[in-house]
Design a protein around this ligand. Sequence first.
Ligand SMILES: [Zn+2]
Length: 288
Amino acid sequence: MTDRTGLPPSSAPPDGFRPGADRSRPPAPGDLALPVTGAKLLTAADGRPLRVVDLPADTDWVPLGTLDGTPAWATDVPSADDLPGRARGWASLAAEVPEPHASLAGRALAVVTWRRTHRWCGACRAELTDLPGETARRCPACGLYVPMQLSAAVLVAITRPGPAGRADELLLVRHATGPTGLWALVAGFVEAGETLEAAVHREVGEEVRLPVDRLAYFGSQPWAISGPGVLLAGFTARAADPHAEPVVDGRELTEARWFGLDALPAELPPAYSISRWLIDATVTARRR
Ligand SMILES: [Zn+2]
């Protein structure tokens, strides 16, 4: 849930990025500013956030939370022509800036995109109003509560024993859309009514037709590329049948292949992605 007070009770300034929706004080000139134009962010040349003072005084700001204790604000700008900074997509930013900055940038994109697409009540068509202290809106006519929602997606690093005397193998796949040259992990969105674990088993079954076991949670990452408000949950698993080969449908995936952990391809997911963290952790764990 969002942080209603904006700051934790401790006296020390909080480290890193903390999401929030505090409007109890107006933006100060030195606060962080994250203008969003289309699907891009305006940042300083080094990818760090601009300051509120850099933008026109009549800018309409939306609270995002704090970065190392400094409040951060987003705004939706139709055109970046007369504004300072450089327009960047989230992927190029995340590749360059420290993780808390990437998380803040991702939240700015998610919040602004959500506000664009949640202006009217879906039940009675009245215009929604902002709820103080929350990233949520309410319908003044019928009372409908409209919080910003997250989509959950899972991804899984599946391994199996290698040939006798050789390293374990990792299953990597190539997608039909997006960065098609990349060797990635099996991944997919969680359906309503489904657990994360069940989603892993279903996606692996659908995408490569393999049964897996020894499913273990690895970690999570907010993701700002594949739409607003996506949370990726990473898992590791073992192939239930070490001799089974993957079968792809040719539509979502074009290829799936076992790679020795000592002979992974060079075209792996970027260093800022949980896909890569999972792959690297799998390689490290098998070396021990
Ligand atoms: Zn309504």
